[in-house]
Design a binder for this molecule. Structure first.
Ligand code: NAP
Length: 338
């Protein structure tokens, strides 16, 4: 049994980590932090965990928790304050924020708008998308878990970009449930504002844009110019990204199917399907991907649960790899379907 700590245990991703890990056969949660709820029973705040997690929130991870691995489920800017000490203590860490996702600190500072205070640990971080970085994750001390929209767009477009046929910008139309914004309320997230609406935001300026471009380039060695338009939709969980691209020449559907099958045919969590659906993947670590071509145009799509394959499920997938467990342990269940 390995001991696990969660920093940021009251947030949506921290709760989801606790839900998943509470029934994982090889780990036990020995600490969950919350500065605002220290001393409160976890199950008093999160009744779905009653009988599964018998712990009180603490302000920090206590020595008595004897942790083997920590998840930092904290906002960007907060994670980089926690991680230096975890690295110094030799504690493996999976960070769910954007703080360590960029190899180039300047790109981070430009898109996130403030200085990175822990540049020493940036080179240690491995991008936590197992389908593309499985080997590196196995040896990593620090994993930078991908963004939710970024995971969906990267899974959708990487095989297409890898053909070398993409010409011009790729327009990524991302639609997300409101849990993607975390638990802090804002006018846009108030039910009357978003409950029966679809709201575009951060048009062309969202922070996942450079993350998508950098990872696609790293995996394919091809440049991808991404124009990303995220939308809030009136559901709690789930993302559907629809990505439009022009091609330099006509290609057939059979050729495209072959490209995607080559990428994902052996992957348990990424399924190449006809019509991806949020309903089909919600509450699971699965992503559904499809790609269609007509003439010199292509559309690639990906559906996933932002809190699972887009965050906590993928983080546990990385943890399994880092701790030498079977990659699917504790997360190998299907989506809800209805
Ligand atoms: N929501 C998603 O779908 C999603 C998907 C992928 C990635 N992410 C990323 O995952 C991280 C967590 O997201 P979330 O949606 O779970 O956020 P959230 O709901 O806002 O929760 C943040 C958590 O961090 C704690 N926290 C806040 N500031 C802190 C600080 N300075 N030091 C220590 N703890 C602090 C909060 O508890 P206290 O204030 O009580 O300490 C809370 O438990 C973010 O970086 C987010 O971008 C989120």
């Amino acid at each position: 049994m390995k001991n696990i700590g969660i920093i940021g245990g009251t947030g949506y991703t921290g709760r989801e980590l606790a839900r998943i890990l509470s029934v994982h056969p090889e780990v036990r949660i020995t600490a969950m932090t919350s500065r605002q709820n220290a001393g409160t029973e976890v199950s008093d705040l999160q009744p779905n965990l009653k009988g599964y997690v018998n712990l009180k929130f603490t302000e920090n991870i206590p020595d008595s928790a004897d942790v083997d691995l920590v998840f930092t489920a904290t906002p960007h800017g907060a994670s980089m304050k926690q991680i230096p000490s975890l690295m110094e203590q030799g504690i493996k860490t999976v960070d769910l924020s954007g703080d360590y996702r960029f190899k180039d600190r300047k790109v981070y500072e430009k898109w996130y708008g403030f200085e990175h205070t822990d540049p020493e640990n940036i080179p240690k971080a491995v991008y936590g998308l197992p389908e593309f970085y499985r080997k590196e994750i196995a040896d990593a001390a620090l994993v930078a878990n991908p963004g939710c929209y970024a995971t969906s767009a990267i899974l959708a477009i990487t095989p297409l970009v890898n053909t070398g046929l993409v010409e011009g910008s790729i327009f990524v139309d991302g639609k997300s449930g409101t849990s993607g914004a975390g638990m802090n309320p804002s006018p846009r997230l108030h039910h009357p504002a978003c409950g029966e609406s679809v709201i575009p935001y951060g048009i062309g300026t969202h922070r996942h844009t450079p993350e998508i471009e950098a990872v696609v380039k790293d995996v394919t060695s091809e440049d991808a110019d991404v124009f990303f338009v995220p939308h809030l939709i009136p559901i709690v969980r789930g993302i559907l990204s629809t990505c439009y691209a022009g091609l330099t020449e006509e290609t057939t559907q059979e050729d495209i199917d072959e490209v995607y099958e080559k990428f994902y045919g052996k992957e348990f969590f990424v399924k190449y399907t006809e019509e991806p659906s949020i309903r089909s993947v919600v509450a699971s670590n699965h992503a559904e991907v499809s790609a269609k071509v007509r003439g010199k145009n292509a559309v690639a799509m990906c559906a996933l649960d932002n809190l699972v394959k887009g965050a906590s499920g993928q983080a546990v997938q990385c943890m399994n790899i880092m701790l030498g467990f079977k990659e699917t342990l504790g997360i190998g269940t299907p989506g809800l379907g209805v």
